[in-house]
Ligand binder design. Structure first.
Ligand code: PEP
Length: 249
């Protein structure tokens, strides 16, 4: 089964570190399985530089967020149209850091995902529960609500990806058990398939949260997991390539 492996550099990287990352990725990725999809999402200001610095086995590119409007007086924002024109195929929307730090609601996330689709990008829509919600047994309730409110009306069998990222697992080194990942992914897949009337096999759900070279293989082996979204461990090209290489399924 083809898997999608996405690097989210967050607000990290300089022109110098990006050139080094590209050199290392290109030199170490000669044997990566070609049937998988690799996507790298650097900060917007580094997209062009990364595109030009990659020489071999070029991954696809993505943005880390986009605005819901196509253009206009939105100082500091990045449009989906600009990302597309820079060569991106994907954009992350609704990351928990944005939901928390920028007070983004699921309705805003839906509008951003919708704009991304209209601009020819595939939105990677992040959903996930906080530790408190998990402790209160509300994981599936929260997930279902986020799907209902964040999924764009244009969603069909091939124009969006979901990423299940438990907020408490991001950057913490903590991970749900494999059974918990299976259970939540199955719930997401069934919910989405029912909601937009598509085959369950067409629903693409990535797992994100403390994915590292030493746990990626087990996570990626789960049939309910369509791929992984990798933050911290994607900053070192060597570790990211190890994660990609651990995908043998
Ligand atoms: C993320 O930022 O989406 C993420 C999953 O981060 P990390 O891999 O560092 O937990």
């Amino acid at each position: 089964m083809k898997k999608t492996i996405v690097a989210n550099w967050k607000m990290c990287g300089t022109p110098e570190s990006t050139k080094l990352w590209a050199q290392e990725f290109s030199s170490k990725s000669a044997n990566i399985p070609t049937n998988n999809k690799i996507v790298v999402c650097p900060p917007a200001g580094l997209i062009n530089l990364l595109k030009n610095a990659l020489t071999e086995n070029k991954p696809d590119l993505g943005g880390q967020d986009c605005h819901a409007q196509p253009e206009g007086a939105y100082t500091g924002e990045t449009s989906a149209e600009l990302l597309k024109s820079l060569g991106c195929e994907y954009v992350i929307v609704g990351h928990s850091e944005r939901r928390t730090n920028s007070n983004e609601t699921s309705e805003t996330v839906r509008q951003k995902a919708s704009r991304a689709i209209k601009s020819g990008l595939i939105p990677i829509i992040c959903i996930g529960e906080t530790s408190k919600q998990r402790e209160n047994g509300k994981t599936l309730e929260i997930i279902n609500q986020q799907i209902e409110e964040s999924l764009p009306f244009e969603a069909n069998s091939n124009n969006f990806i979901l990423a299940y990222e438990p907020v408490w697992a991001i950057g913490s080194g903590k991970l749900p058990t494999m059974d918990e990942i299976k259970q939540v992914h199955s719930a997401i897949i069934n919910n989405v398939a029912r909601r937009i009337a598509i085959d369950v096999a067409k629903v693409c759900v990535l797992y994100g949260g403390s994915v590292k070279p030493d746990n990626a293989g087990e996570i990626l082996s789960l049939p309910e997991v369509s791929g992984v979204l990798v933050g911290g461990a994607s900053l070192k090209a060597e570790d990211f390539v190890k994660i990609v290489m651990s995908c043998k399924y």
